[in-house]
Ligand binder design. Structure first.
Ligand code: NAI
Length: 289
């Protein structure tokens, strides 16, 4: 199968690695040359590490990388059988992208979004053939996280969700079918987790490091809420919170926090920008509040 992935950031690069590892030819596109180059280095680095750990042979790592084509030319997507986007979490931008993609691909090409929170129906609505549209939502980092949410929209044709579920399973992942509602399963449950952690901080109940420590040591989470938000990126995470809040008709359970909004506005996106809740100026030392 030839799979086109649009957006080569944290998610697109990880998904490209998963799909190429599963044996498919992958075309990975970004509008930003540097992002594309970073993705190439990061995938190569990740495959090299897996080979060093003995989880892959060096030949397999080379073959996987060989199935990956980095491109800035959307026309190279004309023979794709599946196109999955992982670009900015912005509805009009995603809609416009699929309008353009649909002009290039065949009628049978499946179109999919990795959106965390936007309605799949609203992205599909921009397409001429919305019945071939579906949500395929990976978690970060995609090569490591097993769960993938598969989200049919009201327009999605009967049978496509099952087809995609089988495909995702063949990629070594654990697909879960979910309805097209804001945040689906995981991001909906996660909103109050982040929101409450920020409120605990704002109310002076404990500092960030203590909250993170408590949630990892005692709560059994792999990362505390502040470290996790910094890992996801506040550009992504704040937009998701705002989108879930507005999509639930301003239900106060999902209300965003000004603390996070200010980080977003300042460009303090977390690990990716060197500063978020914590500072990552020197990556050799643990994050400092
Ligand atoms: P990112 O900011 O790391 O990467 C996005 C990439 O898309 C950038 O390289 C950017 O240059 C590119 N891009 C933006 N507009 C484009 C366009 N019109 N055409 C081509 N390339 C374009 O973002 P990230 O974190 O990878 O998120 C991408 C999507 O995945 C978002 O919808 C987000 O909600 C979703 N997502 C994010 C997760 C996370 O933990 N960061 C987890 C699961 C889903």
């Amino acid at each position: 199968m030839i799979v086109g992935i649009i957006g080569s950031g944290a998610m697109g690069a990880g998904i490209a690695q998963v799909v190429a590892t599963a044996g498919h030819t992958v075309r990975l596109l970004d509008q930003n040359t540097q992002a594309l180059q970073r993705a190439g280095h990061s995938i190569q680095g990740s495959l090299t590490k897996l080979a060093e750990k003995g989880k892959l042979t060096a030949e397999a790592a080379t073959a996987i990388f060989g199935r990956l084509q980095l491109t800035e030319d959307i026309h190279s997507f004309s023979d794709c059988e599946l196109v999955l986007e992982a670009i900015v979490e912005d509805l009009p931008v995603k809609q416009q992208l699929f309008r353009e993609v649909e002009l290039l691909v065949s009628d049978t090409c499946i179109l999919a979004s990795n959106t965390s929170s936007l309605s799949i129906a609203s992205i599909a609505a921009a397409c001429q053939k919305p019945e071939r549209f579906i949500g395929i939502h990976f978690f970060n980092p995609a090569p490591l996280m097993q769960l993938v949410e598969v989200i049919p929209a009201v327009q999605t044709r009967a049978g496509l969700a099952e087809e995609v579920r089988g495909l995702v399973q063949s990629w070594g992942k654990l697909p879960v079918l979910t309805k097209d509602t804001p945040g689906f399963i995981v991001n909906r449950v996660a909103r109050p987790f982040y929101g409450e952690a920020i409120r605990v901080l704002e109310e002076g109940i404990a500092d960030m490091a203590t909250i993170d420590w408590a949630m990892t040591e005692l709560g059994g989470f792999r990362m505390g809420p502040f470290a996790l938000m910094d890992f996801i990126g506040h550009d992504v995470n704040y937009r998701v919170t705002e989108s879930v809040f507005t999509s639930f008709f301003y239900d106060p359970r999902y209300k965003p926090s000004f603390t996070q909004k200010r980080l977003f506005e300042a460009g303090y996106y977390g690990r990716k920008s060197g500063r978020g809740f914590y500072s990552y100026a020197d990556s050799a030392t643990p994050p400092q509040p």
